[in-house]
Design a protein around this ligand. Structure first.
Ligand code: ACO
Length: 326
């Protein structure tokens, strides 16, 4: 069967490390609370002068280099982000220019933490129906600039980073075996950035009410994350004719250690197979999975023939999973 497979991976993480102790200095929180409730010890934050496209550029260069595919062969660029440089032009168009790519289609997609899985699925379809051969898929977030530094219930959870993959055709055994993506807009209020769009354009009042920062009902979101991530993992494995025992590396979205643990149990995957980055990077929304994937590949944890499961959940609500053979 004609499939899409990953030819190369890349990532970029800002240098600045923010530890849990840094928050203790000015918020009513503790390293113990953050570690116990989420699994996070530290996260990376960008410099003030850095924007999302700057990180996408670095991650993309690394993905292109590791793929061995020449940039002029790239037919499309998709960037998954909820923290773009601007509402428009898209971050993808800015990166298309910075990478000196041809006049290819370049666009952003918004699916919060599930953005990378959504973008991969869009790319897979273009490759499978042969309207594109090589597609650069990136996911990047600067959540430190949309998190409220005064809100202990959100700011401690989020980090910045970017990851990218170069997808192309495969006629062999390796490639994407099954993907499912979902949404439920009825639960949109659980996780949102209330102002800055056409519903609540920027005014003095929206700024005063701190409506330009992301809001999350953590507890309620948690319950949906556990069931939806677990169910979709089981579903894609079944479609691919696999079980949790076949999975070599499981890369779930990293919002909370406890969510990852219960998803692995539900999918029948040993906890040692879960690739974890949350302790050092926190939740980087869409960027989390491609950053972890790049690390796992470069550490030699993923090798040809291995079954890899990716699984995400986030604002929208959105969720989805993909299973592939490396
Ligand atoms: N330090 C100390 N106490 C805190 C902090 C903090 N940083 N934050 C909240 N608390 C307090 C709360 O005020 C509350 O106090 P109360 O009991 O006196 O009211 C108490 O701790 C418990 O708060 P909960 O929100 O119930 O804590 P919970 O155990 O649920 O953990 C967390 C919070 C980590 C956010 C968890 O709910 C979670 O991981 N939720 C899911 C997140 C997720 O999956 N998001 C989707 C992806 S993100 C995206 O799409 C951008």
């Amino acid at each position: 069967m004609f499939k899409a497979k990953i030819y190369g991976t890349g990532a970029y993480l800002p240098e600045r490390i923010i530890t849990n102790r840094d928050f203790e200095k000015y918020l009513d929180t503790s390293d113990e609370w953050i570690t116990e409730r989420s699994g996070i010890k530290e996260r990376r934050w960008v410099r003030d002068d850095q924007a999302t496209s700057d990180m996408v550029l670095e991650a993309s260069k690394r993905a292109i280099e590791s793929s061995g595919i020449l940039p002029e062969k790239i037919d499309m660029l998709i960037v998954a982000t909820i923290s773009p440089d601007h509402l428009f032009p898209s971050t993808a168009c800015i990166v298309q220019n910075k990478l000196n790519l041809r006049h290819i289609p370049a666009f952003d997609i918004s699916a919060a933490c599930t953005g990378f899985i959504y973008a991969m699925e869009i790319a897979r379809n273009f490759i499978a129906n042969k309207t594109a051969k090589y597609i650069l898929v990136a996911a990047a977030e600067i959540l430190s600039k949309i998190a409220d530094k005064e809100d202990r219930s959100t700011v401690v959870l989020f980090g910045d980073g970017a990851g990218a993959v170069l997808l192309g055709p495969s006629e062999g055994k390796s490639g994407i075996m099954a993907t499912r993506i979902y949404s439920d807009g009825n639960l949109a209020k659980l996780l949102e950035l209330p102002a800055g769009g056409s519903r609540n354009p920027p005014t003095e009042e929206t700024v005063k009410k701190r409506m330009h920062y992301l809001k999350m009902q953590g507890n309620e979101t948690y319950k949906h994350a556990v069931t939806k991530m677990g169910n979709v993992a089981v579903e894609v494995l079944k479609i691919a004719g696999l079980t949790g025992k076949d999975v070599k590396v499981f890369i779930p979205h990293q919002a909370n250690y406890r969510i990852m643990e219960s998803t692995a149990v539900r999918a029948g995957i040993d906890i040692e197979k879960v690739y974890i980055t949350i302790h050092k990077y926190g939740n980087m929304s869409a960027a989390t999975i491609p950053v972890a994937l790049d690390e796992a590949v470069r550490e030699g944890k993923i090798n040809p023939g291995d079954v890899v499961l990716l699984d995400a959940f986030g604002g929208g609500l959105t969720w989805g999973a993909t299973v592939l053979r490396w």
